[in-house]
Design a protein around this ligand. Structure first.
Ligand code: GLA
Length: 689
């Protein structure tokens, strides 16, 4: 288990370094990410290089038995770069420059930035590629985190090149973007600009491409550096740090270029949904490289500095959050940062070694965590532990959040709500693209498939026909990969499997999902300013966003709308297709309604939780033979579970968990008998004893 932090010795006088190494040993640190923001120290002027200090730091770490994840240091260009080469600066929508003085002030597509970054990486690689302390490479840092889009002239030029490569002819681009609308027809690629400030809505197809372009430009920066490292003979794993569900970068396209997935995750102690949201993020990053452990590359020991109010963590939370990562596939636990800064914007950010020193609650927690991690045995790699998948897709996210739609939708917030309904049931869930859905799953939940590519639709249909259970939410199968309607209406691809025909969107009045972030999602329909009701079993539940008018052509109607414009129409349908079944819900159910819908489909699919009958605040995750149990509640609980305590090696038949308590129990994987389903794959493919 890797344990450590970002280490910024360049912020400190050399006298401190020996103490750093000594205290790292005391805390159980075995790796640090070194030099992430050290460009100006390594190359103080264009023709001046200084590696001696870095040689000495690496030497001290190596002598102290601490491995190095060496950064390429390209995330924050020094002042001389911006002053000498202003063309490296990025621009906002209006074309105004972002200026230096912070970090990440570079245009990812700038050829000059890329040349200078390349020279830096090449010098670092040549010097350290074969250094025994260097066990991993950290390229850039959190690509795109502060600059989700760049509209500079460098972006303009690169965008034209990117479009030419994608479309070859300008006619093909005109078709893809539907430019006959509003006189937008292009005569040449050089007439295209990034979507800078315009009087009114930009062409949505062009916005989708600009998002793809932006993700690709950031990825190109990563790849350029990666290639230089490889060319210099580096054989260590190469990666960069992801940020979970980060809208600007389609990490599914990035993941194949990472030797290992590394992720930064900062649950907000004040967010009541923090456990759910963090679990989603960890499941998402695990699912990016199935079967391969990932690394938690940054978390905070206590408060951060960048929210409006920065609450500290409750006692035990560090262990509980760490265990959630391990249980969901992590083999490395790292922090930002080792020693709290004494200057700069992040001086109020917590660290492993607080500014107040070692006689602190944080230091005690950090050393206790290090000791506990060091005692863990080798853990099994994550296997195909999840029988449930939630479909989450960057292109759908980009498309559905464009303006001028029937209603406003916060795609991530909505995905988290659906994920929450599965997480609360204790199910292990993979987060996948529609194309990755296969018969390894029994249940697939697709909350919203606004943009549905042909291959994705085909995979979902195959999954159902082969015996799986699919639950699809509203506003799905609406557009193709160019954000254009398909011929023949909507649900044109999934309609036959769902057994329904789609007539109308039925947006509900009000402000829609609203909110700007995960925590902002209204939980009661009334907050949206409008809702409908649907009746399911003996319950009546509100729906929000839309109450679509759909017709069951061959599906059974399980629930109907009881009010609003679609009163009497189908709200939830169920359809036998091949060996499986496909469900469609024509509104976004709220709270108990979502529980009721998901509950019904889960029961029908026959999937089982990792551990049955857990108390509400106890979370369980499976990773091969390892079951991780975490008590997020405020009272002590006893859980019945038979296995081997992974830490003590003792056989157990129950574990006792204090508030924030954690247990790692080895329970050999067996097929868990299906409770409800008597048909479909849950039974057919996994015969029970
Ligand atoms: C990000 C960055 C770090 C640091 C932390 C602070 O994760 O990668 O450099 O700024 O945020 O939380």
């Amino acid at each position: 288990m890797l344990y450590g932090a970002d280490y910024n010795p360049d912020q400190w006088p050399e006298e401190v370094w020996d103490e750093d190494v000594r205290l790292m040993q005391e805390a159980g640190v075995n790796i640090v990410s070194l030099g992430i923001f050290a460009w100006s120290r390594i190359q103080p002027a264009e023709d001046v290089w200084d590696f001696e200090w870095l040689d000495r730091v690496i030497g001290k770490l190596h002598a102290g038995g601490i491995a190095v994840n060496l950064a390429t240091a390209t995330a924050s260009p020094p002042p001389w770069v911006s002053a000498t080469y202003p063309e490296t600066l990025p621009a906002d929508e209006s074309g105004a420059s972002y200026w230096p003085g912070s970090r990440q002030h570079f245009a990812p597509s700038s050829p000059t930035y890329r040349r200078l970054a390349g020279e830096l990486v090449s010098r670092i690689a040549q010097r350290y590629a074969h250094h025994p302390a260097v066990v991993m490479w950290h390229v850039g840092n959190e690509f795109g985190c502060h600059l989700p889009m760049d509209f500079s002239d460098a972006a303009r030029d690169a965008y034209r090149v990117w479009l030419r490569a994608r479309y070859t002819t300008v006619d093909a681009l005109n078709d893809a973007w539907g430019t006959s609308f509003w006189s937008q027809r292009y005569g040449a690629f050089d007439e295209v600009f990034p979507p800078r400030l315009a009087p009114y809505s930009h062409n949505p197809s062009s916005m989708l491409d600009f998002r793809r372009f932006t993700s690709d430009m950031l990825l190109e920066c990563y790849l350029l550096e990666r290639e230089i490292l490889v060319a210099a003979g580096a054989t260590q794993p190469i990666t960069t740090n992801f940020m979970g569900p980060f809208k600007p970068a389609d990490y599914r396209r990035w993941a194949p270029h990472m030797d290992v997935i590394a992720d930064d995750c900062y649950p907000d102690p004040a967010n009541p949904n923090r456990v759910r949201d963090a679990a989603f993020q960890r499941d998402l990053v695990r699912s990016l490289k199935p079967g391969v452990p990932w690394l938690l590359w940054e978390q905070a020991t206590d408060a951060v500095n960048w929210r409006p109010a920065n609450a500290g963590k409750r006692p035990g939370a560090l262990m509980a959050e760490t265990a959630q990562s391990i249980g969901r596939g992590a083999d490395g636990i790292m922090f930002f940062q080792w020693r709290q800064s004494r200057a700069g914007s992040e001086k109020f950010h917590s660290a492993m070694l607080p500014h107040a020193g070692t006689e602190t609650r944080v230091w005690d927690a950090v050393t206790a965590l290090g000791a506990r991690l060091a005692a863990l045995p080798d853990l099994p790699p994550p296997g195909r532990d999840a029988r449930v998948a939630l479909v989450f897709d960057w292109e759908s996210w980009w498309g559905v959040e464009e303006r001028d739609h029937p209603t406003r939708i916060d795609y991530l917030a909505l995905s988290l709500e659906w994920y929450g309904a599965l997480h609360r049931r204790g199910l292990m869930v993979d987060i996948v693209a529609p194309e990755s859905v296969d018969d390894g799953y029994d249940l697939v939940v697709a909350p919203l498939l606004y943009l549905l590519r042909e291959e994705g639709a085909a995979a979902l249909e195959r999954f159902v026909a082969g015996g799986g259970t699919l639950l699809t939410g509203p506003f799905s199968d609406i557009v193709d990969e160019h954000d254009q309607f398909r011929d023949g209406g909507f649900l044109t691809q999934l309609g036959p499997a769902l057994g329904v025909r789609f007539e109308d969107f039925g947006a509900i009045g009000g402000t829609g999902a609203g909110g700007t972030g995960v925590g902002a999602l209204p939980t009661r329909a009334t907050q949206t300013g409008g809702s409908v009701t649907f009746r399911l079993g003996s319950g009546a539940y509100p729906g929000r966003l839309v109450a679509e008018r759909v017709h069951a052509t061959s599906a059974d109607v399980v629930a109907e709308f009881t009010d609003g414009l679609t009163a009497g129409g189908a709200a939830l349908t169920r359809h036998r297709h091949g060996d499986g079944e496909a469900w469609y819900v024509a509104t976004q159910p709220v709270a108990e309604g979502l529980e009721a819908v998901v509950g019904q489909v889960v029961r029908a699919s026959g999937v089982s939780p990792v551990v049955a009958d857990l108390p509400r605040d106890v979370e369980a995750a499976r990773r091969g033979d390892l079951v991780t149990l975490i008590n997020h509640g405020d009272t002590r609980v006893d859980i019945a579970i038979e296995g081997t305590d992974a830490e003590t090696r003792a056989l157990v038949d129950r574990v006792r968990l204090d508030p924030q308590g954690v247990a790692f129990v080895l329970v050999p994987r067996t097929e868990i008998p299906s409770s409800a389903s008597t048909r479909g794959r849950a039974v057919a493919r996994h015969p029970r004893p």
